[in-house]
Design a protein around this ligand. Structure first.
Ligand code: AMP
Length: 356
C-alpha cells in the first residue's frame, strides 16, 4: 500500500500533450481548484486555451521537460505516442508512470503483456522482414490486418490483406515499419472498459460503453451496451482490472474489446482518458477526467454510477462540427467543441452527449 498524500487545491497539474483530452482535463482540474500547465509541440493546441500556463516545446527535449516538471506538483499525459526516455527527466512526478506508456505504444509488447496476464488477443505474429510472412495463411488466415507496431491511431498505420498476394503491398502501404499481423476478428460488437486506479490499489470502473467505429474511427459510444456485450462485461472487467494492477497504472485507462461468441478479445490498451469515456462528463456521477485527477492527486475516488438509464456520445468528425448551431438548439444535447482551427476529414472536432 502506498501512502496517499492528497494534493491541495491551488497546486499545479502538468499535462504532457495538448489535444482535446488535455483540454477536458484542464476544465475538470480548474473546477476542482487546481492550476494547470500544458506541454505540447504545437503553437496553439486545443488544451492551451484552457490551461493556466502553456509551454510549446518538443517531446524529445528533456531539459524543457525537466523545467516544466519543476513548475508542476504532479504531471500526467494525455497522448500515448510520447517518446518514453525523455520523460525520465520528470523525476518521479509523472503519474501514470512510463511503464503504461512503453507497453501500450508498442503493439507487440502490448499483446504479449495482455496474454501473459490472462487476456485473449486475436491470433497474431510480429513482422519485421518479408520472411516473417512465411506460412501466415495457415497460421493466422485471411483476411488479416497489418498494423504498424508504433504510432498508429484511429486506423492509421493499418492495412487489410485479403489474400497472400497482397501481403507485401500492404506492408509497403504502412511504410515497411515493424508491424504485427493480426487475424480479422468476427465480432458481434466492440466495447471498452474504463478503469481508474489509485496508488493504494483502489479501483473505480464505469458501465461499459458499446463503441461503434467507422473507418477505424470511433463514431459513437452507447451506455448501456446491451447484447451481445453484456454477457462479456464481467470477464472483461476482470481483465481490465488485472491489466491496470499489473501495469501499476495510476489514473484512468481504457481497454478496448471485441465481443465474440468465444468471449471478450482485447483489441488494445489506451493508458489515458479515452474517447469512449467522454459520455461520463454528463452521464455519470464522476467524469473520467475528474476521476483521473482524483487518482493522480491521491484524492478519494468519485462514484462512477450512471445518472441516466441511457447515455449516447457522438463524435463530431470533420465537417460534422458545422452542425454546432443545430446541436445547441436541441434540448438535452450537450455540445463540446474542441477549438481546432481546421475541420480536416477524419479529425475529431467535438462531440455531443445525450441522456435518456
Ligand atoms: P485500432 O486502431 O487497432 O483500435 O483499430 C481501429 C478499429 O479497426 C477497431 O476499433 C475495429 O473496428 C477495427 N479493427 C482493428 N483490428 C481488427 C481486427 N483484428 N479484426 C476486426 N476489426 C479490427
Amino acid at each position: 500500500m502506498s501512502e496517499l498524500k492528497p494534493l491541495p487545491p491551488g497546486s499545479t497539474i502538468g499535462i504532457v500533450g495538448g489535444g482535446q483530452l488535455g483540454r477536458m482535463l484542464c476544465l475538470a482540474a480548474h473546477r476542482m481548484g487546481y492550476r494547470t500547465h500544458v506541454y505540447a509541440p504545437d503553437p496553439a493546441p486545443p488544451a492551451s486555451a484552457t490551461a493556466s500556463l502553456y509551454v510549446c516545446a518538443d517531446y524529445q527535449n528533456s531539459d524543457a521537460l525537466a523545467a516544466f516538471a519543476a513548475e508542476c506538483d504532479v504531471v500526467t499525459y494525455e497522448f500515448e505516442n510520447l517518446p518514453v526516455a525523455p520523460l525520465d527527466a520528470m523525476e518521479g512526478k509523472l503519474r501514470p508512470g512510463t511503464r503504461s506508456l512503453a507497453i501500450a505504444q508498442d503493439r507487440a509488447a502490448e499483446k504479449r503483456f495482455i496474454e501473459e496476464h490472462g487476456g485473449t488477443v486475436a491470433r497474431w505474429r510480429p513482422i519485421s522482414e518479408p520472411g516473417d510472412f512465411d506460412g501466415i495463411g495457415e497460421d493466422i488466415g485471411f483476411p488479416l490486418v497489418l498494423k504498424s507496431r508504433r504510432l498508429g491511431y484511429d486506423g492509421k498505420g493499418q492495412a487489410w490483406v485479403r489474400e497472400e498476394s497482397q501481403l507485401l503491398d500492404a506492408w509497403d502501404a504502412i511504410g515497411r515499419e515493424p508491424a504485427v499481423a493480426e487475424a480479422a476478428v468476427d465480432f458481434g460488437a466492440e466495447f471498452s472498459i474504463l478503469v481508474a486506479r489509485r496508488a493504494d490499489d483502489e479501483l473505480a470502473i464505469w458501465n461499459a460503453p458499446r463503441n461503434i467505429h467507422d473507418g477505424g474511427i470511433l463514431r459513437r459510444s452507447e451506455v448501456p451496451a446491451g447484447d451481445p456485450v453484456d454477457e462479456h462485461v464481467e470477464a472483461a472487467v476482470a481483465i481490465a482490472a488485472k491489466l491496470a494492477m499489473e501495469l501499476g497504472h495510476i489514473g484512468v485507462m481504457a481497454v478496448e474489446f471485441f465481443a465474440t461468441p468465444e468471449g471478450p478479445i482485447v483489441n488494445e490498451i489506451a493508458p489515458r482518458v479515452h474517447n469512449s469515456g467522454h459520455w461520463t462528463i454528463e452521464g455519470s456521477q464522476t467524469s473520467q477526467f475528474e476521476q483521473h485527477l482524483r487518482c493522480i492527486c491521491d484524492l478519494p475516488l468519485g462514484d462512477p454510477a450512471l445518472v441516466s438509464p441511457r447515455v449516447t456520445m457522438d463524435n463530431l468528425i470533420g465537417n460534422d462540427v458545422d452542425l454546432w448551431a443545430d446541436l445547441l438548439a436541441e434540448p438535452g444535447a450537450h455540445l463540446h467543441v474542441y477549438g481546432k482551427r481546421e475541420a480536416r476529414p477524419g479529425r475529431k472536432m467535438g462531440h455531443v452527449t445525450r441522456l435518456g
